[in-house]
Design a protein around this ligand. Structure first.
Ligand code: C2E
Ligand code: MG
Ligand code: MG
Length: 560
């Protein structure tokens, strides 16, 4: 078989378009696949300069000038677009090469339809630039679009505001409904935001920037963006309870161009700092970025990073603060209080680092360490002192939401070989007001094990009497702010008295926290408190010092 027959067969049978053309661009031959690709029949093309008809005119003008007069071209390879006979566009990969020695043609061309490829590429681009749950632009695409908006605003000397929006407490929805349920909430919220914003500001860009946050760019809006943000917050809170978000609230942080930042990344970061501030200030509100927030946010970030290493670096330890019976003056129990000594920052107060650990999702691991250590140390103390010793451990709301909490506590008790009756859990009053179903279940599980529960910082929340009466609780610890005001503010005395009466009516023991003076100790005893805790009796102390305090000796430090 001659070589030319082989080439001829290949030319006709090729699954891709192939053509021969003269130096002036006139087609000499086309194969069947080329006919199919372009929608023209061979007779429509051969002898014709159909290049012009075949190519997208704009693209032709931009790129093919030389090709139209083909002689200037020696070789070409690249992505192209044909306009088919029926007017539709088809992306092709085109290669054009000189054909040496051929009589009637100067070039051979190959054109491969890349529609599928282009579709797959477009799909890939879509997936990598949009959020899976909300289908909104993701952080990367949002920043790109914000960059374009900023460039336009800069040219037009216009303001722009970036809002970062966060649905409050979405983690609870995730706990309750699972990840798919949370995605549904996000999808609904994203769509709602997009519609609300678009009616107010047609040029707006909305994106899902990760971590359950949305970002909105509002070109042309400066201070008036606050009004829009407030409208969003109000509209969101009014959402029908039948909708997936069930009237959830949202916090909003705002950063303005150019005052708060010149580039997209800075503006989004600063609006993010402001939204954290809005959350801290009580959720469901708007907060505008201010420089001082950034210093605080930097400190938080530093603490968070340091906290991640603190357990392994053995930087945590516990102190114990005795609780004293106001009837006998004896120590009845000790509260384990977490201490963190960082090599550079020194001792950091739990009032500062516990909220950071909670926000960063570190409290579960830290709380488990506290539980294990407190049980173990109290077990050791009991064996050394040969007296039954009781310990109270603070548990934060996030730990309480962890379905493995009970199991964790059981394991800690077992390892330390102490009885459940020796352990008390301190929870905050605010916990009783949120996530109630799960809270009640966990409280009953603790009661079933024989573990007591105290409500810490009592009086700062708004628990109703009927609600408290229905819960399996053992103790109320009156918040130290009431104790501090006793003596100077008659209402505080009355309040302490009322809490004691209420507690006793519900069969709860009542402890006064933060007793700093003999007068306060005397007063809370008169008001009927059962126990007290505070610097007057003892500061939080090391395990060794607690052991000394527990030694039964005359003239105990506890001057009740
Ligand atoms: P809290 O549970 O109400 O603990 C009592 C706090 O009051 C302790 O502060 C204690 O040192 C302080 N205190 C005790 N007596 C007095 C007094 O007479 N006057 C004054 N001014 N203060 C007194 P601390 O150790 O700084 O702990 C602060 C808070 O951090 C605790 O409040 C508790 O909410 C939290 N915390 C501490 N350890 C843990 C822990 O292991 N887990 C969790 N989740 N939270 C903890
Ligand atoms: Mg406590
Ligand atoms: Mg307290």
């Amino acid at each position: 078989m001659s070589t030319s027959t082989v080439y001829e067969t290949a030319f006709l049978a090729a699954p891709f378009g192939a053509f021969l053309c003269r130096a002036d661009g006139v087609f000499a031959r086309v194969n069947p696949a080329y006919e199919q690709l372009t929608g023209y029949r061979a007779q429509d093309l051969i002898g014709q300069r159909k290049f012009i008809a075949l190519h997208d005119p704009a693209e032709l003008a931009r790129r093919i000038g030389p090709l139209a007069g083909a002689s200037a071209i020696e070789r070409f390879r690249g992505e192209w677009a044909y306009v088919k006979r029926n007017g539709t566009r088809v992306p092709v990969s085109l290669a054009l090469a000189p054909l040496p020695g051929a009589r009637d043609a100067r070039y051979i061309g190959i054109a491969v339809d890349t529609t599928r490829h282009a579709q797959a590429e477009a799909q890939l681009w879509y997936v990598s630039h949009h959020d899976r749950a909300t289908h909104l632009p993701n952080r990367e695409l949002f920043l790109e679009r914000l960059d374009l908006s900023l460039a336009r605003c800069r040219r037009a000397d216009m303001a722009l505001t970036v809002l970062v929006v966060e649905i409050d407490d979405l983690h609870k929805t995730r706990d309750a409904l699972g990840p798919d349920g949370a995605d549904l909430v996000l999808e609904y919220a994203g769509e709602r935001l997009r519609r609300l914003v678009q009616t107010e500001c047609g040029e707006s860009v909305v994106g899902s920037i990760g971590g359950d946050q949305f970002a909105i760019a509002l070109p042309g809006l400066g201070d008036d963006a606050s009004r829009l943000a407030q409208q969003l917050i109000d509209a969101f809170a009014r959402t029908d309870r039948a909708q997936p978000t069930r009237g959830a609230t949202m916090s909003v942080g705002a950063a303005r161009f150019p005052a708060d930042g010149e580039d997209a990344a800075t503006l989004v970061r600063r609006a993010g700092v402001a939204v954290s501030e809005a959350r801290r200030a009580g959720r469901g509100q708007l907060c505008r970025f201010a420089r001082a927030q950034e210093t605080r946010a930097t400190r938080q970030l530093e603490l968070e990073q340091a906290l991640r290493r603190a357990i392994d670096a053995r930087e945590f330890f516990l102190h114990y603060q005795p609780r004293v019976s106001l009837k006998t003056g004896h120590i009845t129990q000790s509260e384990a209080l977490l201490r963190w000594r960082h090599p550079a920052y020194g001792l950091v107060s739990p009032a500062e680092f516990i909220p950071v650990a909670e926000q960063a999702g570190l409290i579960d691991a830290i709380g488990a360490w506290v539980m294990d250590t407190a049980c173990r140390e109290i077990g050791q103390l009991q064996r050394l002192a040969r007296t039954p010793t009781k310990v109270a451990v603070n548990v934060s709301p996030q730990q309480f939401a962890n379905p493995r909490l009970i199991e964790q506590i059981e394991r800690a008790l077992e390892k330390a070989a102490i009885a459940p009756e020796q352990l008390e859990i301190e929870i905050t009053e605010s916990l009783l007001l949120t996530d109630t179903e799960r809270t009640v279940r966990t409280l009953h599980a603790l009661r079933a094990l024989g573990i007591e529960v105290a409500v810490d910082d009592f009086g700062t929340g708004y628990s109703s009497l009927a609600w408290l009466a229905s819960l399996p609780l053992n103790r109320l610890k009156i918040d130290r702010s009431f104790i501090a005001k006793m003596g100077t503010d008659a209402r505080s005395d009355a309040l302490v008295g009322a809490i004691v009466s209420m507690g006793h009516a519900l069969d709860l023991s009542v402890t006064a926290e933060g007793i700093e003076t003999a007068a306060q100790a005397q007063r809370v005893r008169e008001l009927g408190c059962d126990e007290a805790q505070g610097f007057w009796f003892s500061r939080p102390v090391s395990l060794q010092t607690l052991r000394n305090l527990l030694e039964p000796k005359p003239g105990l430090v506890c001057q009740a």
